[in-house]
Design a protein around this ligand. Structure first.
Ligand SMILES: [Zn+2]
Length: 117
């Protein structure tokens, strides 16, 4: 139906012998993601992209679709995003590290964006 489903199908076929993937909810760093794992790798799904990261120490995550190394953007997010606009005093802004594929995704904004699932 869309690119994301095709990618999920490909992951299922290539890594899970065509099984239905049972995505679990979790966090990758500060980012809410869906993930599955096998013996060797973690697979993170964020929106329409899937990232693959080997389960060894300090492994670099890559885009599952194009193989490009994942980059991170430091993003400031208001704890109260969606409820208040404008400054509401100190301590309300959190820095988050947002992963993205420089080839398949638009670089995330550095601030003010709520992360969808
Ligand atoms: Zn990519």
């Amino acid at each position: 139906m869309n690119m994301s489903n095709k990618l999920v199908e490909r992951l299922s076929e290539e890594k899970f012998a065509g099984e239905n993937l049972e995505w679990r909810e979790g966090n990758w760093g500060d980012t809410p993601v869906l993930f599955v794992e096998d013996g060797d790798n973690w697979y993170y799904k964020k929106g329409g992209v899937i990232y693959i990261q080997a389960k060894k120490r300090d492994a670099t995550p890559n885009c599952y679709d194009c193989g490009t190394e994942i980059e991170f953007v430091r993003q400031s997010q208001s704890e109260w995003a969606g409820q208040f606009t404008g400054p509401v005093g100190g301590g309300d802004v959190k820095l988050k590290h947002i992963p993205y594929c420089p080839k398949c995704e638009k670089k995330p904004e550095r601030s003010g964006v709520m992360i969808g699932s």
